[in-house]
Design a protein around this ligand. Structure first.
Ligand SMILES: [Zn+2]
Ligand SMILES: [Zn+2]
Length: 810
């Protein structure tokens, strides 16, 4: 082939380089090397897998190019629209393309070409029917058992799959049953096109054959070979003969593993819910835009228990009825089980669940079902936004205010914001859902960028729970130990009352472990993590001191490791200690703890929630995980043990987060037929966030908080970017960030951009590194972006974190 037609591919690789690398495409892989397919290549001395983002004929001058070693996919794993979204992400979040595409795909997706094939005796004897077959047979004769990928690299056939299928049908090549390491495939058949009478005639006099045809005609859908065999008492040979006769069409189908353990509750009839008028109105608006097939962003807002879920699930049904796909996003994996059952009851096998809590096999199976169009409703956390769905009609972002939509490693994207981008490009309806919308969404609704749909009532008899404020300053017998979480007189009374009535109770303590500090009373040693410079959390049950920032752990000592005194004392309380104190105060009451430690085991979370749902456990103690999404009709009392824990954080979003948490916890109480109560214990009873949560004054909170943000130039009135340098050397980190600050402030494009810093990051030392930051803000997001593109090093020789629209400033 003349040099003129040489083909090159730009490949995005998981390395921190801003741009894709260019490779030569060998002849053998040309048919498969298309944008969106994965390829294996050498980078330096390493062999890596990347995604082809562009194929072209422009040879770059003066560089010796290496060849692609193998193309891993038969069909692109990233479709054109997802590649477009990837380009947007790389640009907007100033993130390397390789890291972006990696974040969009399930981890270690099996390559297409891993399947081993070989020549059978029949194949070795029979003459090839075409040049392509001859080429394949020649290679197999020479190599024996080999992978499809190795074969492809030798024969370079565009239609290798079809050739192999032809050879396999004639029994001339054998192959491994499964096509991929983890997703399991089964053989399935369906009736070929045509009249039933013709099929029966073709099946001939074989009773089994006729039985198979009649069975498939009766059920009117494809079936696995095993199912057909069992139903018509036919052997696989009978089915094979019918396939050969052209009566049946055979294909492979991904076997569906049971996902039951990722769902909460048992299958049953969905209760028929009659929509209230405010719900009907909201649904009507959504259905209207589904018919228009154009991008339409909404904010669906209503207090907890107002039936927002019912509205968006019906909208999803309407989208499916119009043949369009649906993505349902929840902020955390922990929220999937509660919703999964309700979604499954409506959509059955049309539902796929995508999240990292699934086993590898389950995850690949679900993803493959989506890619093949077998499942067109996808449920999962932020990464489910990248599901390879065609003809997207609706994306729902539930609890849109939740910071968990933000990924805290590169690429640092926000799933909620990207949902709007994917929806815009796909011409879909986007519904952001919340009881306490983010300040960003509130402002967007005010400015008409989101259409506001408000639910005004609460479902059933449920009224808003009664709020009770406990001013901890007035408590007499305060705390045995400093920083201890306190069960006030009033709270104890309320708990006793609820338990006596046979009701359930939820207690929130947003800190896991036993106590945040294990302190030596004799010498002051507080067991700091040497890498992070902060005290390690004491986990008493595990007998460990664990750093919650880097995860490093040591055995909990019996005596002080410094002064050898027996003077260690646990300061403050996490969920583990709250549980202990609770058991002391209320002996014999069944209690469970829900936090990241107890939810970590696969399926463990669903089991725990189910115990509570069934009423086997009366009291649930937990971190903010207990506050979200779950519907427990028997909960009459919820309490926030220390509402101030967040207010003190040096983060401009701290107040918003506190408010959201309080409202969410309050909303867990009294969702059945009785009004509930919720208790807020606080040292700052007069704070506007606490007052607003107590009184259910959402507008009041928004007014105060938006005012604060506007006056101090914080988002949503500005776009913010955090730049953070991490280094082993404190001086070097400081020097580097100071250099960046000077460059940015001195640049002609910096007009209208506000630079704060350089300053030590709130966590100055983390995982053995010093951290210094600067914050850049501007009311003109594009101006800020231009400035950063100009100034930031393309390929920094140091560790620079670029966080666009940061959610947590740590
Ligand atoms: Zn000591
Ligand atoms: Zn640490």
């Amino acid at each position: 082939m003349p040099e003129l037609f040489a083909t090159f591919a730009d490949i995005a690789l998981p390395v921190p380089l801003p741009d894709p690398l260019i490779y030569q495409v060998p002849l053998a892989w040309r048919a498969q090397a298309v944008p969106g397919a994965r390829a294996r290549v050498d980078v330096g001395k390493r062999r890596l897998i990347g995604v082809i983002v562009k194929v072209h004929h422009d040879r770059p001058e003066g560089i010796a190019l290496r060849p692609i070693l193998e193309v891993l996919d038969r069909e692109p794993v990233l479709t054109d629209d997802l590649l477009g979204l990837a380009r947007f992400m790389a640009d907007y979040y100033l993130a390397p393309m390789g890291e972006v595409v990696r974040a969009m795909l399930p981890a270690s997706l099996p390559p297409w070409g891993d399947r081993k094939i070989w020549l059978t005796d029949a194949g070795a004897l029979a003459p090839p029917r075409s040049d392509a077959e001859a080429a394949v047979i020649a290679v197999l004769r020479e190599k024996g058992r080999t992978t499809v990928a190795a074969l492809q690299s030798q024969v370079g056939l565009a239609d290798l799959d079809a050739v192999l299928a032809g050879l396999a049908e004639g029994g001339r090549v054998g192959g491994e049953e499964h096509r991929a390491r983890s997703a399991r495939y089964v053989n399935a058949v369906e009736l070929a096109r045509g009249e039933l009478a013709d099929h029966l005639a073709a099946a001939g006099r074989s009773a089994e054959g006729r039985g198979v045809v009649e069975y498939l005609a009766a059920i009117g859908r494809p079936a696995t070979v095993a199912e057909v065999g069992a139903a018509a008492s036919a052997s696989p040979a009978v089915v094979r003969r019918l396939v050969k006769l052209g009566v049946l069409r055979q294909f492979t189908q991904v076997e569906r593993l049971a996902l039951d353990r990722h769902m909460l509750g048992v299958p049953g009839e969905t209760p028929e819910i009659v929509l209230r008028s405010d719900q009907s109105h909201a649904l009507g608006q959504l259905v209207g835009v589904l018919d228009r097939q154009a991008f339409a962003p909404f904010l669906l807002r209503g207090m907890t228990g107002s039936g927002k879920t019912e509205v968006y699930l019906r909208a999803a049904e309407e989208a499916r009825a119009r043949g369009r796909s649906v993505i349902l996003l929840v902020p955390e994996i922990a929220l999937v089980p509660a919703l999964a059952r309700a979604v499954e009851q409506r959509f059955g096998d049309d539902l796929a669940i995508l999240h990292s809590g699934l086993g590898t096999g389950e995850r690949h199976q679900e993803w493959e079902r989506v890619r093949r169009g077998e499942a067109r409703v996808v449920l999962g956390p932020r990464s489910a936004l990248f599901a390879p769905l065609a003809d997207l009609g609706l994306i729902v972002v539930d609890e849109e205010q939740d910071t968990a939509y933000k990924q805290e490693v590169s690429p640092r994207y926000n799933g909620r914001d990207l949902a709007l981008v994917r929806g815009r490009d796909a011409g879909a309806a986007i519904v952001l859902v919340s009881a306490t919308p983010s300040l960003e969404s509130r402002l967007n609704a005010e400015r008409g960028k989101l259409e506001l749909l408000t639910l005004t009532e609460r479902a059933g008899q449920g009224r808003l729970p009664e709020g009770i404020l406990v001013d901890l300053r007035e408590e007499k017998e305060i705390s045995r130990r400093p920083g201890d979480v306190h069960f006030s007189e009033r709270l104890r009374f309320e708990i006793r009352q609820a338990l006596a009535d046979g009701d359930q109770v939820i207690l929130l303590r947003n800190r896991r472990g036993y106590s945040p500090i294990l302190l030596c009373r004799a010498c002051g040693e507080d067991m700091r993590c040497p890498d992070c410079g902060l005290p390690r959390t004491y986990h008493r049950r595990a007998k460990r001191l664990i750093c919650h920032y880097c995860g490093s752990m040591i055995r909990a000592p019996q005596v002080c490791p410094q002064c050898k005194e027996d003077a260690l004392e646990a300061i403050g309380a996490g969920t583990e200690r709250v549980e202990e104190d609770f058991k002391e105060l209320f002996p014999g009451v069944a209690v469970d703890v829900l936090d990241r430690d107890t939810a970590r085991r696969p399926g463990g979370l669903a089991a725990l929630l189910e115990r509570f749902d069934r009423g086997d456990v009366q009291v649930l103690i937990g971190t903010q995980m207990v506050s979200k999404g779950h519907h427990f009709p028997k909960v009459a009392l919820t309490a926030v043990l220390a509402a101030d824990a967040y207010l003190r954080f040096p983060d401009f979003r701290a107040v918003e987060r506190t408010y959201n948490l309080l409202v969410q916890v309050a909303g867990r109480a009294g969702r059945g037929d009785r009004p509930g109560r919720f208790v807020i214990q606080t040292w700052h009873p007069e704070h506007y966030a606490i007052q607003a949560a107590l009184r259910g004054d959402d507008e009041g909170f928004a007014r105060e908080e938006l005012h604060f943000r506007r006056v101090f130039h914080y988002p949503p009135y500005t776009r913010m970017v955090q730049l953070l340098v991490r280094d082993k050397s404190r001086d070097r980190a400081q020097e580097l960030i100071a250099g960046l600050t000077a460059q940015l402030s001195g640049h002609p494009l910096s007009k209208g951009v506000r630079i704060s810093g350089p300053a030590p990051a709130p966590l100055e030392r983390l995982r053995g590194e010093w951290r210094f930051q600067l914050l850049a803000r501007s009311a003109d997001g594009r101006a800020l972006h231009r400035l950063l593109e100009e100034v930031l090093p393309k390929n920094p020789s140091y560790d620079l974190v670029i966080d666009v629209d940061p959610q947590q400033l740590l």
